[in-house]
Design a protein around this ligand. Structure first.
Ligand code: DQA
Length: 144
């Protein structure tokens, strides 16, 4: 069961970027823990700071993979193109955010992609990713 964790802009800087908001752990380090925790999922991960590259990745996996966990970073709040891409694909997408965007600036309160996602997991630190993977792990075979 192939699952992609897709990270958008600036998430390559996790561990060094705004530690008080995003923590001091790199995604690479956390991802190793996820791989160990979900041996039944064929996990892969991809990060890009570029909107078009994220769209290309959604198109590439979005008709064959069983799930996508997507942190679109700041594009969450601005990108009609990413919203359209999430809507266009067949694979269910779970939106995740490390921080509680609703407790932050008003411009972070709007998600362009949320209406086209299976659900959103927001504000649990890096563990937001694990909670999304738990959903895919627990999906019954006929649903995936
Ligand atoms: C984020 C929240 C966004 O508002 C922000 O632009 C990010 C990270 C999060 O995971 O909390 O880059 O998506």
């Amino acid at each position: 069961m192939k699952i992609l964790i897709l990270n958008g802009p600036n998430l390559n800087l996790l561990g060094t970027r705004e530690k008080s908001v995003y923590g001091s752990r790199s995604f690479e380090d956390y991802y190793k823990e996820l791989e160990e925790a979900f041996p039944g999922l064929e996990l892969s991960t991809f990060q890009s700071n570029t909107e078009g590259t994220l769209i290309d990745k959604l198109h590439e996996v979005g008709f064959s993979y069983k799930g996508i966990v997507f942190n679109a970073g700041a594009y969450t709040h601005t990108s009609v193109a990413l919203s359209d891409a999430v809507k266009a694909i067949d694979t269910p997408v779970i939106e995740v955010h490390i921080s509680n965007v609703y407790a932050r600036e008003a411009f972070r309160h709007k998600s362009m992609i949320a209406p086209h996602c299976a659900g959103s997991i927001i504000g649990f630190g890096l563990e937001s990713y694990r909670l999304a993977l738990l959903h895919f792990e627990r999906m019954k075979p006929k649903q995936v």
